[in-house]
Design a protein around this ligand. Structure first.
Ligand SMILES: Cc1cc2nc3c(=O)[nH]c(=O)nc-3n(C[C@H](O)[C@H](O)[C@H](O)COP(=O)(O)O)c2cc1C
Length: 189
């Protein structure tokens, strides 16, 4: 099982990336091979409709690799900071590189970091719509953080309530992915 975990903050060393990493570690412990993509560290070119509609491979190698990785994975984690009550433009541009069926049959988990304690819900709900347009299946649990949840080196290990939601999210992604791989009996939560 392969999971693509995307952190959509433009800031290096972001809270969003730390949150996505935390979920990625939990997925790794459940048997996923992880591709972690921090869009601040590994920027993609701005998406453009000409490439979306073209039958030719994308001219930029990073975009080609991103599209191939998204196609090949079994599960996805999308992480975003909240920008003006929404998910980040950087994440949207990345997702607009993908064909409309890129997430078909894949479980998708949503996590968001906000400046305020109630900022993340909208961003995750908006992402649910985008995932639907890409054919993906969002799991019900989403995780919201604020800066105060993070300890030293942006660790979430001591944030019990957040960690517990991340565990639930990872369990749901794991169960759904196994179910989609027809291993239904063992996948029941
Ligand atoms: C342009 C912009 C708009 C923002 N709008 C909101 C907002 O509407 N609600 C909120 O709670 N935080 C808002 N913030 C704060 C960010 O959510 C916060 O800085 C971010 O989650 C930090 O996470 P990061 O380290 O992953 O980038 C905004 C920040 C920026 C730069």
């Amino acid at each position: 099982m392969k999971a693509l975990c995307i952190a959509g903050s433009p800031s290096r060393g972001s809270h969003t990336a730390a949150l996505v990493r935390h979920v990625a570690h939990l997925l790794e412990a459940r048997g996923f091979d992880i591709t972690l993509m921090d869009l601040a560290e590994s920027p993609l070119p701005q998406s453009h409709p000409d490439h979306y509609w073209s039958s030719e491979p994308h001219p930029h190698p990073a975009a080609r690799e991103f599209i191939a990785t998204a196609r090949a994975c079994d599960a996805v984690v999308l992480g975003t900071p909240v920008h003006h009550a929404g998910y980040s433009g950087l994440l949207k541009s990345a997702l607009d590189h993908l064909p409309h069926d890129a997430f078909e049959g894949k479980a998708v988990g949503l996590v968001a970091n906000a400046g305020g304690p109630r900022g993340s819900g909208n961003a995750c709900e908006q992402l649910r719509q985008v995932v639907k347009a890409l054919g993906g299946w969002t799991v019900p649990t989403q995780v919201s953080t604020v800066a105060a949840d993070f300890g030293e080196r942006r660790s979430l290990d001591a944030a019990e309530a957040i960690d517990s939601r991340c565990v639930t999210l990872a369990d749901q992604l794991h169960a759904f992915t196994r179910a989609m791989r027809a291993d239904v009996t063992e996948a029941v939560l």
